[in-house]
Design a protein. Structure first.
Lengths: 197, 483
């Protein structure tokens, strides 16, 4: 959750076929990619950037079984302890008749829980102000932001990106709030990997 | 690299014309940024007028009671529940397109899923009105929710299909809304980033939740959509199954059948696709989206209509056969006299249903008719009328004659407020849809962009060159190294 002002070198690409090799070469050169902003999901880009798989679906499973358990325990308590209804001498514990509601609550809990978790993890919410590196990142540009340290020579990085095929290069200063740079700790640098990509 | 973008030329392009990413944005967002046309205003005002009439009808019903409707001694569920089942059924096509076709990796869903999901949400909103206002003392509607209360330990009946319905419809609405809105976030961000005025920037900024398009966010977004699709698929089947349980678990002749769940689900998808067709044909024309909702899309949906229409047809005939084969005199009477006898009071509705749902969709076996827009629009209306009559036949012909002939009811015709309520839900539906079409991207932008380079017409033309490439060489060089 480190705050503070950081400097980024931003390179914009207009073709994903150029972006992929650029991501590879930037990582190989040892620069730290803060993020790549794209107008649509690009399959394989997360692997190329060295981001680990999301475990959102695991969270969804846990929310789902929570829903199942909630429905079953509540209905069981209500219909066997709190308010046992004699319906033609049938058993109070009428499991088959409870399956529909149990199923619905499973789905409801899983869906609501996952969406809330998704919004939390991505820090998405109304009235959240974020730094947008390029307005066309939601239109037709693939925008790569490279984080600078004290030692980084930003002109060198700019030249590097231009050589890699960026159509537009600039340097931006952005305040890293609690929504920025959450996951770059997970990112492994290319040279630290044994096998490489 | 290029083989990654390969798709056989036998497949029809999903996006026509010479498009690039920016052009796609331009085509889909620009209708939102322009002033609405005169046609939009006319349509919108008509919808609002219908909605107001609906509100007045409900006001009459709440003030003077359910007696404002012409329900009678044996027909306790008339137009009201017919409309409920009809609207719920219409909703199902949106979920089918967005969830089931996502799991089946059907690329053509990208052109129509956004508007179809919106249709689902508005249709479920309309459907929900009917059981709620039918309660009569609607200010006690919260009694249907289970909560600890001071009325002694009194709970709702968890063994009742009517309560299952409460859970099914409310879950369905919630999950559809979440699925739709999470898909909308990136596209609303596109509108935000193009906005020129301060107000638009603010409103779309709030609506898009500060979406940036970060790779990690997309990765989570993809995972979320996939799981939500996996959840919505059994959910949509369960919803209409549970609606059919409202009938099937009773002991009313004509309702008490085990075939109802699959028969209702197929019918729901059938009517829903017809509604999607009606809406899409108008939408593509008004907003000039013919390049994105192509004849190929319309044909694909017509294929679903002929399939589900035939399933419904088989269900009708099976039901009739079993009524005879089952040797239950009441069951057989309901089918033979109340329905299949053309000269019985409601015989006409049974044959109207048979014609609209079973006979007429068979026209779609002809490719020429499947790709004919005028005919498709006409058929979509016919199918919707037919599916409304299916519910009417099930509800009214089974209840107007019960076990005691002395209480057989007189001919049931709806009152003006019953009709007004129905028209009011049309008003609600179209008011919402007009607002949606004006203020939201009606086509899933990001999804179109992600299929553009495989399925766009101008990219398809280049596939011949790619076909000459050596697949084995590509595999060794690109795919193996990628991991």
């Amino acid at each position: 959750m480190a705050g503070g002002i950081k400097k980024f070198v931003v390179g914009c690409f207009d073709d994903e076929a150029v972006l992929f090799p650029a991501v590879k070469s930037v990582r190989r050169a040892g620069y730290k990619i803060h993020d790549v902003y794209t107008p649509f999901p690009i399959h394989g880009l997360d692997h190329a950037m060295g981001i680990r798989e999301t475990s959102l679906h695991t969270a969804g499973f846990i929310y789902g079984i929570t829903g199942t358990a909630t429905a079953l325990t509540c209905i069981t308590w209500i219909f066997t302890k709190d308010w046992p209804l004699n319906i033609g001498g049938k058993p109070y514990f009428a499991l088959p008749a409870w399956i529909p509601i149990t199923f619905e609550l499973t789905v409801l809990f899983a869906a609501v829980g996952m969406v809330l978790t998704f919004c939390y993890l991505c820090q998405l919410s109304p009235f959240v102000k974020k730094h947008h590196f390029h307005l066309r990142a939601t239109d037709d540009l693939f925008v790569m932001a490279i984080e600078c340290t004290n030692k980084t020579n930003d002109e060198e990085v700019q030249a590097f990106l231009q050589k890699a095929g960026a159509v537009e290069v600039n340097v931006q200063v952005a305040e890293t709030g609690w929504w920025l740079g959450r996951y770059d700790r997970e990112q492994k640098l290319y040279r630290n990997l044994e096998k490489g990509y | 690299m290029s083989l990654l973008k390969y798709e056989s030329q036998i497949r029809e392009p999903l996006v026509n014309g010479n498009k690039n990413y920016h052009q796609v944005t331009e085509d889909i967002i620009s209708p939102i940024e322009m002033k609405p046309t005169r046609l939009w205003y006319i349509g919108f005002y008509i919808s609002v007028a219908l909605l107001l009439f609906g509100v007045y009808s409900i006001y009459r019903e709440v003030t003077y009671g359910v007696g404002q409707w012409n329900l009678n001694k044996t027909i306790g569920w008339g137009w009201d529940i017919t409309n409920f089942v009809w609207w719920v059924g219409i909703g199902h096509a949106g979920t089918l397109i967005s969830a089931i076709l996502l799991l089946f990796r059907q690329g053509w869903r990208t052109g129509v899923n956004r508007a179809a999901e919106a249709m689902t949400i508005f249709a479920v909103m309309c459907a929900g009105q009917f059981p709620i206002w039918h309660m009569g003392r609607v200010w006690l509607a919260f009694f249907i929710m289970p909560y600890p209360n001071s009325r002694g330990p009194v709970w709702v009946n968890f063994n009742s299909p009517l309560l299952w319905d409460v859970f099914a419809i409310s879950t369905y609405f919630t999950v559809s809304l979440l699925f739709w809105y999470s898909g909308l976030l990136p596209d609303l961000a596109t509108v935000r980033d193009r906005a020129k005025t301060k107000l638009r920037k603010l409103l779309y900024g709030v609506a898009s939740f500060g979406w940036t398009g970060s790779t990690k966010h997309w990765q989570r977004h993809e995972s979320l959509s996939l799981v939500l699709a996996g959840l919505a698929t059994p959910l949509v089947l369960s919803v209409h199954t549970i609606v059919s349980f409202d009938f099937a678990t009773s002991v009313v002749p004509g309702w008490h059948t085990t075939i109802f769940p699959p028969y209702f689900v197929a019918g729901a998808i059938f009517s829903g696709f017809a509604m999607v067709q009606s809406l899409m044909i108008v939408l593509r024309k008004v907003f000039g989206l013919q390049d994105y909702i192509t004849l190929g899309h319309i044909e694909a949906m017509n294929k679903v209509i002929v399939l589900t229409g035939s399933i419904v047809g088989i269900a009708y005939i099976t039901e009739l056969f079993i009524a005879w084969y089952g040797q239950n005199p009441y069951e057989w009477y309901a089918f033979k006299e109340n329905r299949a006898n053309l000269f019985s009071p409601y015989g006409w509705s049974y044959y109207l249903m048979m014609f609209c749902n079973v006979v007429s969709p068979q026209m779609f076996w002809f490719k020429k008719l499947r790709r004919n827009i005028g005919f498709t629009f006409f058929m979509s209306i016919i199918v919707n009328i037919g599916m409304w009559y299916e519910r009417f036949v099930i509800i009214v012909t089974s209840t107007y004659r019960d076990y005691l002939p002395s209480s057989w009811s007189t001919y049931y015709t709806p009152s003006i407020y019953e009709i007004g309520f129905y028209l009011g839900t049309f008003g609600l539906f179209f008011t919402c849809f007009f607002l949606f079409a004006k203020y939201f991207p009606v086509i899933a932008l990001a999804e179109i962009k992600s299929v553009l380079k495989t399925s766009g017409e101008n990219y398809k033309r280049k596939m011949t060159d790619i076909e000459k490439e050596d697949a084995d060489k590509f595999y060794i060089e690109e795919v193996e190294h990628a991991h």
